[in-house]
Design a protein around this ligand. Structure first.
Ligand code: G6P
Length: 489
C-alpha cells in the first residue's frame, strides 16, 4: 500500500493517551469497545496498515485488575495486525496528568470555549512524570536506534524532547489534534516555555490548519529564543530543526460496508423504533458530551426553529448521541446537568406524550450504530464552539452513499475550511443556526445532491491514508537529507 512505500521498512511506534480498544468487564465476559475519540478514529486504520507498536494508557476497567493485565496484546481482536503496549498509571498519575493538567489545563487553554483553564503544580509534576514514563516505554519498545515515532496530542507535549535525548536519531512526528491558540492566550500557562521546548524535540510538528501553524510559530517567537523562517515554517532551536506543517486529518473511506443496512432501511427502522411516522424529519448530532461541542447552542437553535416554524412541531426531531466523557471532572458534570435541563425545558415546551423534539441518548454507541443514525437523518448538525478538525462531519458525509442529507457545520471547526459546501454557521448566533437548520430540512433534493457529491469527492480523496502518507513522506525526506549530510561530513 501507499504507506508501505513511504515507510520503506522503517519501524513505527505510535504514542497516544487513549488506547484504541477498551476492554470492559460485563455480565457476558470481557467486551471490547472502540472509544469515542476523533484521534482513535483517524489513527487506528493507519496502524492497521503499517503494523508497528502502539503505546497507550491501559484504561479499560477489566484491565485494571491484575489477572487481565497484559502489557502487550495483539490487536484488533478480530484480525491482529499490530501490537498494543499498555502503560499502567496509578490513580495519582491519572488524576494529575490526564484529568488535571491535560483536561483541566491544556484542553480549555487551547479551545476558545470560555472555560477557564486550571493550572496546579501538582498536576504539572504528574504530567512531567507520566511523559517521562511513556518516553521510557518508547525507548524500551524500539528495536532500532532510528525509529519513526508518531506522538499524538496534547497529553504528550514534553515527550518529543525526552525521546530525542535518548534516541537522537529517531524521526519524531508530533501531531496536535486540537487547536493551537494565539500567543497571548497560550502565554497564561505557567509552563509555556517547557511545553514549547518539549514540542521542539520533534522533527515534524503537525496541526490541522495553517492558522494553528501560524499561531504556534508566533507563540514560539514570543516566548523562546529561536530562529524562525515563517515562509517555510521551520524553527531552529539549539542547533536542531523542527518543521511545522499543516496536515488536515481525515477518516478511512468505507469501501466494503455491504453488511450495513441501506439508507432506506435505516430511515424506516430508526423512525419505527421511536414511534415516528415515515416522513418525520430528523436531524442528528454525534459528540462526546463536551463543552466545546456547542450542544447547548444546537438545542437552542432547534428551539428557535420550532418557534419560527410552528408547522414543524410534531414533525421534526433531533436525535443527539452524546458519549459520556471525562465525567469525574466538575466542569463536565455541570455541563451535562445544563444539557439535560435544557432538553427537558424544550421537550416540555413543544413535546407531548407521543412527541419529543429532542431525544438525548447520553451513552456510548458503536460505529455501526452511529452510521445508522447518519443514514436515517435529513441533517447532521456539527456546531462546535471550537474544534481542531471534527471528524463527525466527515463520517456523516462518508455514510451518505445516496448523495442526500445536509451538513450544518460550525465555522470554528477545521473541517469548515475544507467543506464550504456545508451550511456553514456561527454557532454563537442562534438565529443564524436556526435558519440554517430550517434551510437544511427544506432543501430540495437536487441541491442536497450537488453539495453532498462535492463533499464526498473531497473526503474520499483526502482520506486518512493521505494524511499519514504526507507526514511519512515528509519524514522520509528529512531522513534522506540527514543521511546525505552525515555522509558528506
Ligand atoms: C479529543 C482529543 C483526543 C481524545 C478525545 C477523547 O478528540 O483530541 O486526544 O482522545 O478527544 O477524549 P478522551 O479524554 O476520552 O480520550
Amino acid at each position: 500500500t501507499l504507506l508501505h512505500e513511504e515507510l520503506s521498512g522503517d519501524e513505527v511506534l505510535v504514542v497516544s493517551n487513549r488506547e484504541p480498544y477498551l476492554h470492559t468487564r460485563t455480565r457476558n465476559g470481557i467486551e471490547v469497545q472502540r472509544p469515542a475519540s476523533g484521534l482513535i478514529t483517524a489513527v487506528e486504520p493507519v496502524m492497521r496498515a503499517c503494523s508497528g507498536t502502539w503505546i497507550a494508557h491501559g484504561s479499560g476497567s477489566a484491565d485494571k485488575e491484575s489477572v487481565d493485565r497484559n502489557d502487550r496484546v495483539a490487536v484488533p481482536p478480530s484480525n491482529p495486525s499490530y501490537t498494543l503496549r499498555r502503560v499502567w498509571l496509578t490513580k495519582e498519575e491519572e488524576q494529575g496528568y490526564y484529568y488535571g493538567f491535560a483536561n483541566e489545563g491544556l484542553w480549555p487553554l487551547c479551545h476558545i470555549a470560555h472555560v477557564r483553564p486550571v493550572f496546579r503544580s501538582t498536576d504539572w509534576e504528574q504530567y512531567e512524570a507520566v511523559n517521562q514514563r511513556f518516553a521510557d516505554a518508547v525507548v524500551r519498545e524500539a528495536r532500532t536506534d532510528d525509529p519513526v515515532v508518531l506522538v499524538q496530542d496534547y497529553h504528550f507535549a514534553l515527550l518529543p524532547r525526552m525521546v530525542r535525548e535518548q534516541l537522537p536519531k529517531a524521526t519524531i512526528i508530533t501531531f496536535w489534534h486540537i487547536p493551537w491558540p494565539n500567543s497571548e492566550s497560550f502565554g497564561i500557562c505557567p509552563w509555556r516555555e517547557e511545553l514549547l521546548d518539549g514540542l521542539l524535540g520533534s522533527t515534524i510538528l503537525g496541526f490541522h490548519t495553517p492558522f494553528h501553524c501560524k499561531n504556534f510559530l508566533e507563540t514560539v517567537d514570543r516566548y523562546l529564543e529561536t530562529r524562525i523562517e515563517h515562509e517555510s515554517g521551520t524553527i531552529s532551536f539549539g542547533g536542531k530543526l523542527t518543521q511545522v506543517e499543516q496536515y488536515p486529518i481525515s477518516i478511512a473511506w468505507p469501501d466494503g460496508d455491504a453488511n450495513m443496512p441501506t439508507v432506506a432501511e435505516c430511515r424506516s427502522s430508526v423512525r419505527a423504533e421511536h414511534g415516528m411516522s415515515h416522513d418525520h424529519l430528523l436531524a442528528v448530532g454525534v459528540d462526546r458530551l463536551d463543552y466545546t461541542k456547542g450542544i447547548i447552542e444546537r438545542f437552542q437553535a432547534v428551539e428557535r426553529m420550532l418557534e419560527l416554524h410552528p408547522n414543524l412541531i410534531g414533525r421534526f426531531s433531533m436525535i443527539q448521541i452524546a458519549a459520556p466523557t471525562r465525567s469525574s471532572l466538575d466542569e463536565y458534570q455541570n455541563f451535562e446537568a445544563r444539557v439535560r435541563a435544557l432538553v427537558q425545558r424544550i421537550n416540555n415546551r413543544f413535546g407531548n406524550g407521543n412527541y419529543l423534539p429532542i431525544i438525548l441518548k447520553a451513552e456510548h454507541h458503536g460505529s455501526d450504530q452511529v452510521t445508522r443514525y447518519y443514514r436515517a437523518a435529513e441533517v447532521c448538525m456539527v456546531t462546535s464552539l471550537h474544534d481542531g478538525m471534527n471528524l463527525v462531519a466527515k463520517e456523516f458525509i462518508a455514510s451518505r452513499y445516496d448523495d442526500r442529507g445536509v451538513l450544518v457545520l460550525s465555522q470554528f471547526t477545521g473541517a469548515a475550511r475544507e467543506l464550504p459546501e456545508a451550511l456553514v454557521v456561527n454557532p454563537y448566533h442562534i438565529e443564524q443556526s436556526a435558519d440554517a437548520l430550517y434551510r437544511a430540512v427544506t432543501m430540495p433534493e437536487i441541491e442536497q445532491c450537488e453539495r453532498m457529491r462535492s463533499m464526498r469527492s473531497l473526503v474520499k480523496d483526502f482520506n486518512i491514508y493521505r494524511w499519514a502518507g504526507r507526514m511519512l513522506l515528509d519524514a522520509a525526506r528529512v531522513r534522506q537529507r540527514e543521511r546525505v549530510v552525515t555522509k558528506i561530513r
